[in-house]
Design a protein around this ligand. Structure first.
Ligand code: ADP
Ligand code: MG
Length: 249
Protein backbone atom coordinates (compact mmCIF):
# COMPACT_ATOMS: atom_id res chain seq x y z
CA UNK A 1 0.00 0.00 0.00
CA UNK A 2 1.27 3.42 -0.95
CA UNK A 3 0.92 6.53 1.23
CA UNK A 4 -1.32 7.83 -1.57
CA UNK A 5 -3.75 5.48 -3.32
CA UNK A 6 -5.95 6.76 -6.14
CA UNK A 7 -8.43 4.23 -7.47
CA UNK A 8 -10.84 4.43 -10.39
CA UNK A 9 -11.05 8.21 -10.40
CA UNK A 10 -13.24 9.85 -13.05
CA UNK A 11 -13.82 13.55 -13.50
CA UNK A 12 -15.96 15.11 -16.22
CA UNK A 13 -16.41 18.77 -17.06
CA UNK A 14 -19.71 18.82 -18.91
CA UNK A 15 -19.16 16.40 -21.78
CA UNK A 16 -15.38 16.46 -21.44
CA UNK A 17 -13.70 13.50 -19.74
CA UNK A 18 -10.81 15.16 -17.96
CA UNK A 19 -9.93 12.01 -15.98
CA UNK A 20 -11.06 8.50 -16.79
CA UNK A 21 -10.35 5.55 -14.55
CA UNK A 22 -7.18 6.92 -13.01
CA UNK A 23 -5.27 4.60 -10.68
CA UNK A 24 -2.14 5.77 -8.94
CA UNK A 25 -0.12 4.37 -6.08
CA UNK A 26 2.62 6.49 -4.55
CA UNK A 27 5.13 4.87 -2.23
CA UNK A 28 6.02 6.61 1.01
CA UNK A 29 9.23 8.70 0.82
CA UNK A 30 9.43 8.43 -2.96
CA UNK A 31 9.31 11.08 -5.67
CA UNK A 32 6.57 10.26 -8.15
CA UNK A 33 6.34 12.35 -11.32
CA UNK A 34 3.23 12.74 -13.44
CA UNK A 35 3.98 13.77 -17.00
CA UNK A 36 1.88 14.13 -20.11
CA UNK A 37 0.95 16.53 -22.87
CA UNK A 38 -1.05 19.70 -22.29
CA UNK A 39 -4.64 18.99 -21.37
CA UNK A 40 -3.82 15.43 -20.22
CA UNK A 41 -5.52 16.01 -16.86
CA UNK A 42 -2.46 16.50 -14.65
CA UNK A 43 -3.71 19.60 -12.82
CA UNK A 44 -7.20 18.16 -12.56
CA UNK A 45 -5.76 15.09 -10.84
CA UNK A 46 -3.76 17.25 -8.44
CA UNK A 47 -6.85 19.31 -7.66
CA UNK A 48 -8.70 16.10 -6.80
CA UNK A 49 -5.95 15.25 -4.29
CA UNK A 50 -6.18 18.56 -2.42
CA UNK A 51 -9.97 18.88 -2.31
CA UNK A 52 -10.20 21.68 -4.85
CA UNK A 53 -12.15 19.33 -7.10
CA UNK A 54 -14.26 16.34 -6.16
CA UNK A 55 -14.01 13.29 -8.44
CA UNK A 56 -17.28 12.05 -9.93
CA UNK A 57 -16.36 8.49 -8.97
CA UNK A 58 -13.43 6.65 -7.42
CA UNK A 59 -11.43 6.92 -4.23
CA UNK A 60 -8.45 8.90 -2.99
CA UNK A 61 -6.79 7.54 0.15
CA UNK A 62 -3.94 9.26 1.94
CA UNK A 63 -2.25 7.60 4.88
CA UNK A 64 -5.14 5.09 5.02
CA UNK A 65 -7.79 7.82 5.24
CA UNK A 66 -10.11 9.06 2.53
CA UNK A 67 -9.57 12.64 1.43
CA UNK A 68 -12.91 12.74 -0.35
CA UNK A 69 -15.51 14.91 1.29
CA UNK A 70 -12.87 16.90 3.17
CA UNK A 71 -12.22 20.59 2.67
CA UNK A 72 -8.81 21.74 1.38
CA UNK A 73 -7.70 22.96 4.84
CA UNK A 74 -8.71 19.62 6.37
CA UNK A 75 -6.68 17.77 3.75
CA UNK A 76 -3.79 20.07 4.55
CA UNK A 77 -4.20 19.05 8.19
CA UNK A 78 -3.79 15.41 7.14
CA UNK A 79 -0.27 16.28 5.98
CA UNK A 80 -0.63 17.25 2.32
CA UNK A 81 0.94 20.54 1.21
CA UNK A 82 0.89 22.05 -2.23
CA UNK A 83 3.34 24.31 -3.99
CA UNK A 84 1.53 26.55 -6.45
CA UNK A 85 2.56 27.22 -10.04
CA UNK A 86 2.95 30.91 -9.18
CA UNK A 87 4.54 31.51 -5.79
CA UNK A 88 1.97 32.68 -3.22
CA UNK A 89 3.94 34.80 -0.81
CA UNK A 90 3.40 38.10 1.00
CA UNK A 91 5.58 40.63 -0.79
CA UNK A 92 5.41 43.34 1.90
CA UNK A 93 6.60 41.04 4.67
CA UNK A 94 10.11 39.79 5.31
CA UNK A 95 11.27 36.30 4.40
CA UNK A 96 11.18 35.23 8.05
CA UNK A 97 7.70 36.69 8.60
CA UNK A 98 6.43 34.76 5.60
CA UNK A 99 7.70 31.49 7.05
CA UNK A 100 6.15 32.34 10.43
CA UNK A 101 2.67 32.85 8.95
CA UNK A 102 1.81 29.15 8.64
CA UNK A 103 3.12 28.63 12.21
CA UNK A 104 0.84 31.29 13.69
CA UNK A 105 -2.09 30.15 11.58
CA UNK A 106 -1.68 26.70 13.03
CA UNK A 107 -1.24 27.79 16.60
CA UNK A 108 -3.90 30.45 16.76
CA UNK A 109 -6.89 29.16 15.02
CA UNK A 110 -8.75 27.60 12.24
CA UNK A 111 -5.79 25.77 10.81
CA UNK A 112 -4.58 23.97 13.89
CA UNK A 113 -2.95 20.84 12.53
CA UNK A 114 -1.57 17.67 14.02
CA UNK A 115 1.83 18.24 12.46
CA UNK A 116 2.15 21.48 14.36
CA UNK A 117 1.21 20.33 17.76
CA UNK A 118 4.83 20.40 18.76
CA UNK A 119 5.02 24.10 17.94
CA UNK A 120 3.97 25.65 21.21
CA UNK A 121 5.39 29.09 21.83
CA UNK A 122 6.85 31.91 19.82
CA UNK A 123 10.42 30.99 20.62
CA UNK A 124 9.85 27.47 19.27
CA UNK A 125 8.21 28.89 16.15
CA UNK A 126 11.09 31.23 15.52
CA UNK A 127 13.60 28.43 15.92
CA UNK A 128 11.62 26.23 13.60
CA UNK A 129 11.27 28.95 10.95
CA UNK A 130 15.01 29.65 11.13
CA UNK A 131 15.85 25.97 10.80
CA UNK A 132 13.74 25.71 7.65
CA UNK A 133 15.32 28.86 6.20
CA UNK A 134 18.73 27.33 6.84
CA UNK A 135 17.59 24.11 5.15
CA UNK A 136 16.58 25.99 2.00
CA UNK A 137 19.71 28.20 2.09
CA UNK A 138 17.83 31.42 2.73
CA UNK A 139 18.85 32.27 6.27
CA UNK A 140 21.02 35.17 4.99
CA UNK A 141 17.89 36.68 3.46
CA UNK A 142 15.66 36.37 6.53
CA UNK A 143 15.15 40.15 6.83
CA UNK A 144 14.78 40.90 3.11
CA UNK A 145 11.39 41.89 1.76
CA UNK A 146 9.86 38.87 0.04
CA UNK A 147 8.67 41.06 -2.84
CA UNK A 148 12.25 41.95 -3.74
CA UNK A 149 13.43 38.35 -4.12
CA UNK A 150 14.38 36.77 -7.44
CA UNK A 151 11.92 34.36 -8.98
CA UNK A 152 14.02 31.41 -7.89
CA UNK A 153 14.22 32.68 -4.30
CA UNK A 154 10.47 33.30 -4.22
CA UNK A 155 10.00 29.66 -5.16
CA UNK A 156 12.47 28.67 -2.44
CA UNK A 157 10.55 30.77 0.10
CA UNK A 158 7.27 29.21 -0.89
CA UNK A 159 8.86 25.81 -0.44
CA UNK A 160 9.97 26.88 3.06
CA UNK A 161 6.39 27.97 3.86
CA UNK A 162 5.21 24.48 2.90
CA UNK A 163 8.00 22.64 4.70
CA UNK A 164 7.48 24.52 7.97
CA UNK A 165 4.10 22.76 8.11
CA UNK A 166 6.00 19.47 8.22
CA UNK A 167 3.98 17.82 5.42
CA UNK A 168 4.13 14.10 4.72
CA UNK A 169 3.25 14.69 1.08
CA UNK A 170 4.39 17.64 -0.98
CA UNK A 171 2.57 18.25 -4.27
CA UNK A 172 4.36 20.33 -6.87
CA UNK A 173 2.64 21.54 -10.03
CA UNK A 174 5.32 22.49 -12.57
CA UNK A 175 7.74 23.87 -9.97
CA UNK A 176 10.21 25.09 -12.61
CA UNK A 177 7.72 26.57 -15.10
CA UNK A 178 9.08 29.76 -16.61
CA UNK A 179 12.45 29.45 -14.89
CA UNK A 180 15.81 29.98 -16.53
CA UNK A 181 18.08 26.92 -16.61
CA UNK A 182 20.16 28.10 -13.63
CA UNK A 183 17.07 28.51 -11.41
CA UNK A 184 15.71 25.18 -12.65
CA UNK A 185 18.94 23.46 -11.62
CA UNK A 186 18.81 25.22 -8.24
CA UNK A 187 15.29 23.94 -7.71
CA UNK A 188 16.35 20.40 -8.60
CA UNK A 189 19.20 20.73 -6.09
CA UNK A 190 16.86 22.09 -3.43
CA UNK A 191 14.31 19.28 -3.86
CA UNK A 192 17.11 16.70 -3.67
CA UNK A 193 18.42 18.28 -0.47
CA UNK A 194 14.94 18.31 1.05
CA UNK A 195 14.57 14.60 0.38
CA UNK A 196 17.87 13.89 2.04
CA UNK A 197 17.21 15.80 5.23
CA UNK A 198 13.66 14.69 5.94
CA UNK A 199 11.12 11.93 5.37
CA UNK A 200 8.86 13.26 2.69
CA UNK A 201 6.90 11.99 -0.29
CA UNK A 202 6.65 14.18 -3.37
CA UNK A 203 4.26 14.12 -6.32
CA UNK A 204 5.59 16.36 -9.02
CA UNK A 205 3.88 17.45 -12.21
CA UNK A 206 6.45 18.66 -14.65
CA UNK A 207 6.90 19.45 -18.30
CA UNK A 208 10.66 19.65 -18.23
CA UNK A 209 12.03 16.13 -18.77
CA UNK A 210 15.41 17.14 -17.39
CA UNK A 211 13.72 17.90 -14.04
CA UNK A 212 11.64 14.71 -14.14
CA UNK A 213 14.57 12.44 -14.88
CA UNK A 214 16.74 14.20 -12.28
CA UNK A 215 14.27 13.66 -9.46
CA UNK A 216 11.69 10.95 -10.01
CA UNK A 217 11.80 7.41 -8.64
CA UNK A 218 8.73 6.52 -10.67
CA UNK A 219 6.88 8.21 -13.50
CA UNK A 220 3.25 8.00 -14.54
CA UNK A 221 2.46 9.12 -18.06
CA UNK A 222 -1.01 10.59 -18.39
CA UNK A 223 -2.64 11.13 -21.78
CA UNK A 224 -6.22 12.21 -22.39
CA UNK A 225 -7.12 11.64 -18.76
CA UNK A 226 -5.83 8.08 -18.53
CA UNK A 227 -2.53 6.69 -17.23
CA UNK A 228 -0.70 5.15 -20.21
CA UNK A 229 2.32 3.71 -18.42
CA UNK A 230 3.91 3.79 -14.99
CA UNK A 231 7.52 2.80 -14.50
CA UNK A 232 11.02 3.76 -13.40
CA UNK A 233 12.62 6.62 -15.40
CA UNK A 234 14.98 4.32 -17.35
CA UNK A 235 11.98 2.41 -18.70
CA UNK A 236 9.98 5.52 -19.51
CA UNK A 237 12.70 6.99 -21.69
CA UNK A 238 12.06 5.88 -25.24
CA UNK A 239 8.89 3.96 -24.31
CA UNK A 240 6.81 3.76 -27.51
CA UNK A 241 3.58 4.79 -25.76
CA UNK A 242 5.29 7.84 -24.31
CA UNK A 243 6.69 8.87 -27.66
CA UNK A 244 3.26 8.42 -29.17
CA UNK A 245 1.56 10.55 -26.50
CA UNK A 246 3.99 13.39 -27.03
CA UNK A 247 4.23 13.18 -30.79
CA UNK A 248 0.46 13.04 -31.03
CA UNK A 249 0.21 16.39 -29.23
P1 ADP B 1 -3.01 19.53 -17.79
O1 ADP B 1 -2.74 20.07 -16.41
O2 ADP B 1 -2.50 18.14 -17.98
O3 ADP B 1 -2.51 20.44 -18.86
P2 ADP B 1 -5.80 19.94 -17.08
O4 ADP B 1 -6.02 19.03 -15.95
O5 ADP B 1 -5.61 21.38 -16.76
O6 ADP B 1 -4.58 19.42 -17.97
O7 ADP B 1 -7.03 19.83 -18.08
C1 ADP B 1 -7.55 18.61 -18.56
C2 ADP B 1 -8.73 18.88 -19.47
O8 ADP B 1 -9.82 19.37 -18.69
C3 ADP B 1 -8.44 19.97 -20.51
O9 ADP B 1 -9.13 19.63 -21.69
C4 ADP B 1 -9.01 21.22 -19.89
O10 ADP B 1 -9.42 22.15 -20.87
C5 ADP B 1 -10.19 20.68 -19.11
N1 ADP B 1 -10.50 21.46 -17.90
C6 ADP B 1 -9.67 21.63 -16.83
N2 ADP B 1 -10.29 22.33 -15.87
C7 ADP B 1 -11.54 22.60 -16.31
C8 ADP B 1 -12.67 23.30 -15.76
N3 ADP B 1 -12.63 23.84 -14.54
N4 ADP B 1 -13.78 23.39 -16.54
C9 ADP B 1 -13.84 22.83 -17.75
N5 ADP B 1 -12.83 22.15 -18.34
C10 ADP B 1 -11.68 22.04 -17.62
MG1 MG C 1 -1.68 21.85 -15.71
Amino acid sequence: MGILEVKGVNKNFGGLKALSDVNLSVKENSVHAIIGPNGAGKSTLLNCLVGKLIPDTGSVMFDNQSVLGRKPHQINQMGISRVFQTPEIFGDLTVLENVLIPCFAKRDGAFRMHAFEQVGNERDMLLRAETILTDVNMIDKRDDHAGSLSRGDKRRLEMAMCLVQNPKLLLLDEPTAGMARADTNNTIGLLREIREIRDITMVIIEHDMHVVFSLADRITVLAQGTPLVEDIPEKIKGHPKVQEAYLGQ
